[in-house]
Design a protein around this ligand. Structure first.
Ligand SMILES: [Zn+2]
Length: 368
């Protein structure tokens, strides 16, 4: 007996293989503030030290639109602090200075109304207001990433242009083909893409976004020895008031010459739902693994060199010790061990003797 009909089977398969990154659209929320900032710098209507005042809301065409911090406010802040604070009134103001028509043109340039042309089928495109329908209220909400939808991949392609020198790249999956002996059979060469913002604006954005991780809401992604830039977002899902959220974090590293750009989206988190708080640690883990894998070595500053987590040690030998002696020895040396098994003697250890590891890493001991 068949469990599912042919049609049901197909539907379940589609569900299972659905790739949210390109098949579905979502409201990006505050990660989109990267683009409002970029447009503002590029149009020369705002610069890093411009002064703003957040009173907790801003009146747009007779409607009061709140800052996320309402009923509290951010008070006096510079533009850079506004980005760090993710302060909505700052972005409404910048969008107003840019104007609806130019703002919309940038949305098109960043690719939010076209496919990214990634080498995967079934790509969706953004759902945007038409240019003629963008009034002051629509523009204000768009400035902080609401009232339109894009795919996560569109967000990444656009964000990449803001930090890669200004080029709208086409995402690809393959780099080269190698055979079983490791020889390169074919290398894929891709075009650089069209330049849509200036290199100077891109350089300025990298610096601003680095301060969001070092000083603003993205500090949970901080990794000693690496400079990371990014922006967090916490958005209420539609319909608003449903109590469902999307928490996200877009980050790139190393901030001075980015090699990795990543987006973590947590759909309908339970409990704490702030992007910086719950998506930040996930991003931390991704970058902590990806950067050394890509051969990018950490460079510690003076303060970081003194941190426990950057101290190195050479793994001593535990094999042959009794469990009790191993415990005492580890305690004397200030090493954390995790003893597995019920045996009397340590039979194996990981990592092996002589390896260099972080001082806060645990050494796993197996007894027999
Ligand atoms: Zn504010």
């Amino acid at each position: 007996m068949e469990l599912y009909s042919q049609k049901e089977q197909q539907e379940y398969l589609n569900q299972m293989w659905r790739n949210f990154t390109i098949n579905d659209t979502y409201e990006p929320g505050s990660t989109f503030k990267i683009f409002t900032s970029t447009m503002g710098l590029e149009e020369n209507v705002v610069s890093e030290n411009d002064k703003f005042v957040c009173t907790g809301s801003k009146v747009i065409a007779g409607r009061t639109i709140k800052c996320w911090r309402s009923p509290r406010s951010h008070g006096d802040e510079t533009f850079v602090q506004g980005v760090q604070n993710s302060c909505n009134p700052v972005f409404m103001e910048v969008a107003e200075r840019i104007g609806a028509s130019k703002f919309y043109d940038y949305m098109i340039k960043f690719g939010f109304k076209s496919k990214t042309d990634i080498d995967l089928p079934g790509e969706a495109i953004g759902i945007l207001h038409s240019k003629s329908n963008i009034g002051p209220v629509e523009l204000a909400t768009m400035s902080f990433g609401q009232s339109f939808q894009i795919t996560p991949m569109q967000l990444l392609v656009g964000a990449s242009a803001t930090i890669n020198g200004g080029y709208r790249v086409t995402p690809h999956l393959g780099k080269e083909i190698i055979n079983d002996t490791g020889d390169i059979i074919q290398t894929f060469n891709y075009e650089k893409g069209k330049q849509i913002i200036s290199t100077q604006t891109s350089e300025r954005m990298k610096k601003i976004l680095e301060t969001v991780v070092s000083e603003g809401g993205g500090h949970k992604a901080y990794i000693p020895g690496y400079r990371i830039g990014g922006k967090t977002a916490t958005s209420q899902k539609l319909p608003r008031g449903s109590g469902k959220y999307t928490a996200s974090f877009l980050a790139f590293a190393p901030a001075e010459a980015p090699k990795v750009l990543a987006l973590v989206i947590i759909d309908e988190p339970k409990g704490t739902y702030y992007g910086g708080v719950i998506a930040g640690p996930v991003m931390h883990e991704i970058l902590e693994n990806a950067l050394p894998y890509l051969g990018i070595e950490p460079v510690y500053n003076e303060a970081e060199v003194k941190l426990d987590e950057t101290q190195k040690m050479i793994v001593p030998n535990f094999v042959g010790m009794t469990s009790k002696d191993a415990k005492t020895f580890a305690k004397e040396q200030g090493i954390q061990v995790d003893i597995n098994g019920e045996g009397e003697e340590v039979g194996a250890q990981f990592p092996l003797e002589g390896e260099s590891i972080n001082k806060i890493s645990k050494i796993i001991l197996y007894t027999h």
